[in-house]
Ligand binder design. Structure first.
Ligand SMILES: [Zn+2]
Length: 444
């Protein structure tokens, strides 16, 4: 049989092989309004639980920034079943493989643990009481206020850095109403000082059935699902958190260029300079796959030009992605201050060449690598749970591996070019340069 010959340079989109086992093939059950995402994993020996509450830093009131995160802390100080921090620790050791944890994001608060299937009963019982029945005593509130101040000492106790962060988000996120809650869910030192027990109890009213989302992976059998449903039956009912208001217009930053020393922004002086280029955009401006393609190609070429050709940097970052409220576009590089100007020129020259179509071949090659790398991946149960959690937190569906690969193959170079030429113009971005003290006045 004569094989069909492929002419050099002929365009072929890589074929997507069907993956034999897709770890992201979650099934969704909705029980009394609660979405339960289930992905049993044949290799797992324990159950992974993520109990997400749609209440996060975005819901903090102005002047009380940090409340949702504060609440997450106080929840660990005692409930009607396990009365104090020490007993909760023992509960985690006895039933949860010492895995009990939580984190607060902009959009939500997530309580996480894993447990052996034979301990599902007491494990889920303890989780229910922890999340939904906290005691929130005066002493717990004061205790956590101190702990949070230590957790965030790096910026909470650094006036210069706080002032810088606020100015920075006012410049870049001017059109996003929640900008005072975006730098960190921890809030600010004056707002953490103000949060009262009453505020925390008020915030806890959002811990309801309507605001619960559950992810279960690893060992997930009928009896575990039954136990989860029994807990859902006990949940208080309340209002569902209204859907996020997405800004329909985001203007270009007011100030286009800052050059500051580390000392001026409240950081420790170092010998290296940092160059960051940012532009925030409305969510509707691009799809995830186009943004992903831009990130991959630009990073690859910049790495090649800045590191391989010039040895000016160790690493370079290109992060174009969507989050629930806006599209974030950022390029950063750390270089010796004397190479700053040249590095910046190379970045813009690379974007120019991208727009002129110079990197089409690189694009095809990167696509093939992504497919191969995905096929070669080994998956851990914990990561499978975490990816699902991240996707849900950012308002997306959990993508199956094949859906992800289809997106990679479908992402179109021409679309990426159009996006860059419209939405990453030199005159519209915010360029932020941080330099060592000794270069003050010598770099613009
Ligand atoms: Zn914390």
């Amino acid at each position: 049989m004569i094989k069909k010959e492929q002419k050099p340079g002929q365009k072929t989109s890589p074929k997507i092989p069907k993956v034999a086992f897709d770890p992201y093939d979650y099934k969704k059950q909705t029980y009394r309004g609660v979405d339960i995402y289930i992905r049993p994993l044949p290799w797992a020996n324990c159950t992974f639980l993520k109990w997400m509450i749609s209440h996060g830093a975005q819901d903090d009131k102005i002047e009380l920034e940090g409340t949702a995160h504060f609440l997450e802390h106080v929840v660990f100080d005692g409930n009607d079943l396990y009365g104090d921090r020490k007993t909760i620790d023992l509960f985690s050791k006895e039933y949860l493989l010492d895995s009990l944890n939580a984190h607060t994001r902009f959009t939500d608060t997530c309580y996480v643990c894993k447990f052996l299937p034979q301990k599902a009963g007491p494990a889920l019982d303890g989780m229910y009481h922890l999340i939904f029945k906290p005691l929130m005593r005066d002493e717990d509130v004061e205790h956590e206020r101190k702990v949070i101040t230590q957790e965030g000492w790096d910026y909470l106790l650094n006036d210069k850095y706080v002032a810088y962060l606020k100015a920075w988000s006012n410049n870049l996120y001017a059109d996003i109403p929640e900008k005072s809650r975006m730098a960190s869910p921890l809030g600010w030192i004056d707002t953490v000082a103000k949060v009262s027990k009453k505020d925390l109890r008020f915030a806890h009213k959002n811990y309801t059935r309507e605001n619960s989302i559950i992810i279960l992976t690893g060992v997930v059998n009928e009896s575990i699902i039954r136990e989860i449903k029994k807990k859902i039956d006990l949940l208080p009912s309340g209002k569902k958190r209204p859907s996020l208001k997405i800004p329909s217009k985001i203007n270009i930053p007011k100030e286009k260029r800052w050059t500051k020393t580390y000392t001026e922004i409240g950081r420790t002086d170092t010998k290296q300079a940092v160059l960051e280029i940012d532009r925030v955009l409305e969510v509707k401006r691009a799809d995830e796959d186009t943004l992903g393609l831009i990130s991959i190609i630009l990073r690859e070429i910049l790495f090649r030009r800045l590191r391989h050709d010039n040895s000016w940097c160790y690493g370079v970052g290109v992060n174009f992605f969507k989050n629930p409220k806006y599209i974030s576009q950022n390029i950063w590089v750390k270089v010796a201050p004397e190479n700053l100007k040249d590095a910046e020129n190379i970045i813009w020259d690379t974007i120019d060449r991208f727009i002129k179509g110079e990197y089409k071949e690189d694009c095809e090659r990167e696509r093939k690598i992504i497919i191969d790398r995905t096929l070669a991946s080994e998956f851990l149960s914990g990561d499978i749970a975490e990816t699902a959690e991240r996707e849900i937190a950012s308002g997306k569906n959990i993508r199956k591996l094949n859906e992800y690969l289809e997106g990679v193959v479908k992402a179109d170079y021409d679309k990426a070019v159009k996006h860059l030429s419209l939405y990453f113009k030199k005159e519209d971005v915010f360029t932020e340069i941080t330099i060592p003290e000794e270069f003050k006045g010598k770099v613009k």
